[in-house]
Design a binder for this molecule. Structure first.
Ligand SMILES: Cc1cc2nc3c(=O)[nH]c(=O)nc-3n(C[C@H](O)[C@H](O)[C@H](O)COP(=O)(O)OP(=O)(O)OC[C@H]3O[C@@H](n4cnc5c(N)ncnc54)[C@H](O)[C@@H]3O)c2cc1C
Length: 484
């Protein structure tokens, strides 16, 4: 594993089994598993901290804020729970931010520890591929390195895990009023009025969280429905609850202009009915998707194939350039989710180690959207199952019939099961309601094991739990839910 170079004294040059470019969830998970598998791993990161979007400006800080928002919502109804004396309590935004930052810092330190534990060499710098392998070795050139750091890394394999960044629109750059997820997470106080452009997971999560903190939220979505990757009934239910919460939801709306006003912003859009609508707010959040970061990493010097900036890979995460793998948000055709990145990293590094792996299957990936009410889903929507030619049977059970949902005071939503009418196989599970992002794990396991309605109707769930809604939903496929 070690080569030699230099004249006079011989300098050992480290040759890695795998060099990973990018330390987001895809890269750091690949690094840890690589270490566990006995590979010599280099993890190259341009930012001063490990963890990528997910840890610093994505999953973790948003879910930290979400927890505050949930507590705050409960406090608003404290009297209903028999807790008096909290009227007039105030939100300490600085403390909310401090807690969020402390959580991120703790986990950043945790990653540094895990790299040491698994003997991963962390290299600070911006990595760029320099072409196909020479004599079986790839070279990743490094810039923006600290003093004394190497100018390049040589490795038998490279995993590209450079992630994604927020798309902007109308040529506007983010600032203190036109925000992406990065600026939104560090606002000095919740804005009074916020227009959210884009109603995918990022848009509805921020909209939901800040509505709880008292911000007046307007959502503007180009597509005919919000959370458009979800089953249609999920979109409908979320729209209903958002409207009930006072969120102004506009779909089929095309944003034409975003202008700065004296104190805020004005957004102009063409509504679904063709009318022009103007609305002012203090800030606008642009959440219109994420672009893969593949432009300046030397991929053009290799045979790696791109499609609209996304990398084409096979089921082992291999690109068209031998020895070069791609994982995480840059991969073509996969949802941009941290857990997809993590598993694709594990697959790549397991393949490199010559061990047995299981490819990432798109229809087994749980989707989780942490708005209120939460959404958890896996597999085919009802419409997709029908398009694929299945004869479909659907079971739906509302949380209104679940005793634990009553206990926790969260009655909106339902569990919807999409099953194959012929064999009863579960094709998709769509949950909106309390703890939906946790409940969806059961659905993934069920689908991994090719569970059928017949079997699952007899699967015992503890009482009283939210998970019992799953049992009732399986039974509802046969019209036999106990509690509805
Ligand atoms: C607001 C928000 C909330 C989200 N919430 C969730 C959630 O709850 N659950 C979920 O599953 N997903 C969530 N996501 C998506 C999730 O953050 C991404 O899917 C995930 O971070 C992608 O991981 P990655 O490793 O591919 O890339 P990234 O996390 O983007 O990391 C890439 C890393 O590569 C580094 N890098 C880039 N180029 C180079 C280079 N040339 N050299 C060296 N280093 C480089 C970057 O600095 C970065 O650290 C959220 C995203 C956002 C924006």
């Amino acid at each position: 594993m070690h080569g030699a170079r230099g004249t006079g004294c011989v300098l050992a040059e480290t040759i890695y089994d795998v060099a990973i470019v990018g330390s987001g969830p895809a890269g750091y998970t690949a690094a840890i598993r690589g270490g566990q598998l006995g590979l010599k791993v280099a993890l190259i990161e341009a930012a001063p901290v490990l963890g990528g979007t997910c840890l610093h400006v994505g999953c973790i800080p948003t879910k930290a804020l979400l927890f505050n928002a949930e507590l705050w919502d409960h406090l608003k109804h404290a009297a209903e729970y028999g807790i008096d004396g909290v009227e007039g309590c105030a939100l300490n935004w600085a403390a909310v931010q401090k807690r969020k930052d402390a959580i991120v810092t703790k986990h950043t330190k945790g990653l540094e520890f895990l790299m040491k534990k698994n003997k991963v060499t962390v290299i600070r710098g911006y990595g760029k591929l320099t072409g196909p392998a020479q004599d079986g070795l790839h070279t990743v050139a490094l810039t923006q390195t600290p003093e004394g750091a190497p100018a390049e890394v040589k490795s038998k394999h490279v995993i590209v895990a450079t992630g994604s960044e927020a798309k902007t629109m109308l040529g506007l750059k983010p600032d203190d009023r036109i925000l992406t997820n990065i600026e939104m997470l560090s606002v000095t106080e919740p804005p009074k009025r916020l227009i959210v452009i884009g109603a995918g997971a990022v848009g509805v999560e921020f909209g939901s969280i800040f509505q709880s903190f008292g911000t007046e939220i307007t959502i503007v979505e180009f597509l005919p429905r919000i959370v458009s990757v979800e089953d249609e009934e999920i979109s409908k239910e979320l729209t209903r609850v958002f409207k009930k919460r006072g969120i102004d939801v506009n779909t089929g709306a095309k944003v034409e202009k975003i202008e700065k006003t004296e104190a805020g912003v004005k957004v102009t859009w063409t509504a679904a009915n063709g009318k022009t609508v103007e609305k002012e707010a203090d800030k606008v959040l642009v959440a219109v998707g994420r672009a893969p970061r593949t432009a300046n990493v030397g991929l053009e010097t290799t045979r790696v194939e791109l499609d609209r900036g996304f990398v084409k890979v096979n089921e082992a995460q291999e690109t068209a350039e031998p020895g070069v793998f791609a994982v995480g948000d840059i991969v073509l055709g996969m949802p941009q989710l941290a857990h997809v990145g993590m598993m694709s990293g594990i697959v790549a590094v397991t393949k490199i180690a010559g061990r047995k792996y299981k490819p990432v299957r798109k229809d087994r990936i749980p989707g989780a959207t942490y708005c209120e009410p939460q959404i958890g889903s896996v597999g085919l929507t009802e419409a997709q199952a029908k398009e694929k030619g299945y004869e479909v049977k659907v079971g739906k059970f509302p949380f209104a019939g679940n005793s634990k949902a009553t206990i926790v005071g969260s009655h909106d939503g339902f569990v919807k099961i999409v099953a194959d009418a012929k064999y009863g196989e579960i094709l998709g599970v769509h949950i909106i309601g309390p703890q939906a992002t946790e409940l969806v794990s059961e659905a993934v396991t069920v689908m991994e094991l090719e569970g059928t309605v017949d079997e699952l109707m007899f699967q015992i769930h503890a009482h009283p739990t939210l998970a019992e809604a799953m049992l009732d939903a399986y039974a509802a496929v046969e019209g036999m839910a106990i509690n509805a």
